[in-house]
Design a protein around this ligand. Structure first.
Ligand code: ADP
Ligand code: MG
Length: 242
């Protein structure tokens, strides 16, 4: 038995919407402290897997075991334009019944780590794309236990901002010791961020393959140019074409 607990276990999940079979046979494991990527084409059922994990929908077959409190950052998550950044981030805490002042104080403690210090009293329209995503991430993090689901968190960003955000995410997740399951359709993003990558087929989705990712040193932008990085890329490309 592993010393690390499984935080999420999906076993032989099957799910259809009406007559359309979406997930055929999905089994996956996420261990404590891991970053795991779900990589697959658009429409393959990735967001559906997240909805199953949070219990929003139920599978037809198979079992789901979640060991902890889950936070979910939705694809295209947005902030309300008429509320200050601080109050947007505090919103889920307020929904949980926390007083405004207490919720704001909690947010303030994280502004520096999330690169938002000095922007708390601005409105969302004044933030860059990267800052908006960091704010959304903080919003999710504050009401998560230790498991965070990120659905294409950098999808809407330009490639340079995206690279910066990926490095930032790595450093901050290490600091938080969070367990992360991340959806992406970007091979490089999956390799750069994850300890393990599950490669999904087109729908109906099955797991085509699973790749363990490890580098000798801490990941930086230079990692993207390492030979091992390219080998992972080839391995995943081959799985996708198999
Ligand atoms: P991905 O996130 O990989 O792009 P999704 O999980 O969002 O894919 O969707 C997979 C397929 O399931 C799509 O064809 C989508 O239209 C369909 N689908 C998703 N949710 C529902 C739903 N609640 N009802 C009917 N069809 C759905
Ligand atoms: Mg999706």
């Amino acid at each position: 038995m592993s010393i690390y607990q499984n935080k999420i276990t999906l076993s032989h999940i099957k799910k259809s919407f009406g007559t359309a079979e979406i997930l055929k046979d999905i089994s996956l494991e996420v261990k404590e402290g891991q970053v795991v990527a779900l990589l697959g084409p658009s429409g393959s059922g990735k967001s559906t897997i997240f909805n199953l994990i949070t219990g929003l929908i139920v599978p037809e077959e198979g079992t789901i075991d979640v060991n902890g409190k889950v936070g979910y950052m939705y694809q295209n998550d947005t902030m309300v334009p008429w509320k200050k950044v601080i109050d947007n981030i505090a919103l889920p805490l307020r929904f949980q019944g926390m007083k405004k002042r207490e919720a704001r104080e909690k947010v303030v403690g994280y502004l520096d780590t999330f690169g938002l210090l000095g922007y708390e009293d601005k409105y969302p329209g004044m933030l860059s794309g990267g800052m908006k995503q960091r704010a959304n991430f903080l919003k999710t993090y504050l009401t998560s236990g230790d498991i965070i689901l990120l659905d294409e968190p950098f999808g809407a960003l330009d490639s340079m901002t995206r690279k910066k955000m990926q490095s930032w995410l790595l450093s901050v997740t290490k600091e938080m010791g969070a367990t992360i399951l991340l959806i992406t359709h970007d091979i490089e993003e999956a390799i750069f961020l994850a300890d393990k990558v599950y490669v999904l087929s087109d729908k109906p989705a099955t797991i085509l393959g699973e790749v363990q990712v490890a580098f000798d040193a801490e990941r930086t932008e230079a990692t993207l140019l390492e030979e091992r990085f390219l080998l992972y890329k080839k391995e995943i490309t081959d799985i996708l074409q198999s």
